[in-house]
Design a protein around this ligand. Structure first.
Ligand SMILES: CSCCC(=O)C(=O)COP(=O)(O)O
Ligand SMILES: [Mg+2]
Length: 227
């Protein structure tokens, strides 16, 4: 993969465990969402995303309570809604800043990201979590602040992760040909879309998941990747 100039990484199931997202972040957002919406309801950004959530659900008129219930249902369904993800990010900030949790990183991830960075590779993140949530996750990690390693972040405002066009737009935004980018993910459909856009791909199959052939080069951890 000698022409690789940048690594674009997914988060959940790739740099960090699905359990951290499902058992720590989602429950925290679920628990704090009602009070957060009630106490921040006059903030334009909160208003904007509540409005976007209602629009996405096709709701013309709803009480605040109904929108809160809708968002809680979406958390339970792990819906990759841009509006929900933006609101979750705002709520998670309070959790990180109060020390309620730090983000999980698989043991080799921070070291490998640092090595790639030192080697001159540009590092980018692409996650369904909002860009502010991504910055928090890498800023408050078990391995300290990893944000200086990254050159940019992308979320579903660029497009959904299973759509080919999203990867074309990301390559354009970072100023590289898709063939100069290596995309890392645990999800086959995301890897398929990135490859169709022309990116190199590597499938993260984190133990104890059994190694499976999803049609992409597959590894158990970042130490096995040589961009
Ligand atoms: C950005 S941290 C929270 C992760 C999250 O909300 C999520 O939906 C994970 O999506 P990913 O695309 O990283 O699998
Ligand atoms: Mg993932």
């Amino acid at each position: 993969m000698s022409d690789i100039r940048a690594v674009l990484t997914d988060i959940e199931g790739t740099t960090s465990s699905i359990d951290f997202v499902k058992d720590v972040l989602f429950p925290y957002a679920r628990q704090h969402l009602p009070a957060y919406v009630e106490t921040h309801t006059d903030e334009p950004e909160v208003q904007h995303w509540l409005h976007e959530a209602a629009k996405e659900a096709g709701i013309v008129e709803a009480t605040r309570g109904e929108i809160i219930n809708l968002l809680i249902r979406w958390i339970d369904e792990d819906r990759k809604s841009t509006a929900l993800k933006a609101l979750q990010g705002m709520i998670w900030r309070e959790g990180y800043e109060s020390g309620a949790y730090v983000s999980h990183m698989y043991p080799e991830v921070a070291g490998r990201l640092k090595a790639w960075h030192e080697q001159g590779l540009k590092l980018y993140v692409y996650s369904s979590g909002s860009v502010p949530a991504q910055k928090l996750l890498f800023g408050f990690s078990e391995n300290g602040d990893l944000t200086p390693l990254f050159s940019g972040y992308f979320d579903t405002q660029t497009g959904h992760k299973r759509e080919v066009q999203s990867y074309r737009l990301i390559a354009e935004a970072i100023g590289l040909a898709p063939a100069q980018v290596l995309f890392l993910s645990d999800i086959r459909e995301e890897l398929d879309a990135a490859r169709e856009a022309g990116m190199h791909t590597t499938h993260l199959v984190r133990p104890p998941l059994p190694m499976t052939d999803a049609g992409h080069p597959a590894v158990a951890d970042f130490d096995a990747i040589q961009p």
